[in-house]
Design a protein around this ligand. Structure first.
Ligand SMILES: [Zn+2]
Length: 165
């Protein structure tokens, strides 16, 4: 276990040695919340020209508005200064490559592990899912009046964020 994280802890030592950004609160300084995918090709702050402290970042498989992401949006808009919310799925997302059954079958084929029946939230109808999630936030009684909500598709090959909703 110790060895599994050694390289990361070593890197953190260097990070902390020159860290000079402590001491401020958790308010989103740019008033921004981003809900996007867990995909490793996405850098939520950098792609928006934002820095540490500027935004709340909520990452879920596929960038879907899961119950936890919804909770984050409610807290963000009420106590953390969020007044702009970006919902950002992306191109070539595994969660848009099939439905839950297809993803479960892929997991089973690759690992032999059966996760059929798990609620994954996968769908090939990615644009429809984005529309649904944006409407969910806009119409939510605790969010819609406190924040502007936009839906965007992030292109992992060009780095471009395309407004959709
Ligand atoms: Zn993804």
């Amino acid at each position: 276990m110790d060895n599994a994280f050694a390289d990361l802890l070593e890197a953190n030592e260097k990070y902390a040695a020159t860290f000079e950004e402590g001491g401020f609160d958790g308010i989103a300084r740019a008033g921004v919340a981003v809900i996007t995918c867990m995909d490793s090709r996405i850098e939520p702050l950098r792609m928006l020209g934002l820095n540490l402290g500027d935004a709340k970042i909520l990452r879920t498989p596929g960038g879907r508005i899961t119950p936890d992401a919804l909770t984050g949006c409610i807290l963000g808009t009420h106590v953390l200064g969020v007044d702009r919310i970006l919902v950002v799925p992306h191109t070539r997302c595994a969660m848009a490559s099939g439905d839950d059954e297809a993803i479960a079958s892929k997991v089973e084929a690759e690992t032999g592990v059966n996760i059929h029946g798990a609620l994954l939230g996968a769908s090939t109808r990615q644009r429809d899912a984005l529309h649904y999630d944006v409407e969910l936030l806009r119409s939510h009684p605790l969010i819609g009046k406190r924040a502007v909500v936009g839906g965007f598709m992030y292109d992992v090959d060009s780095g471009k964020l395309n407004p959709i909703e």
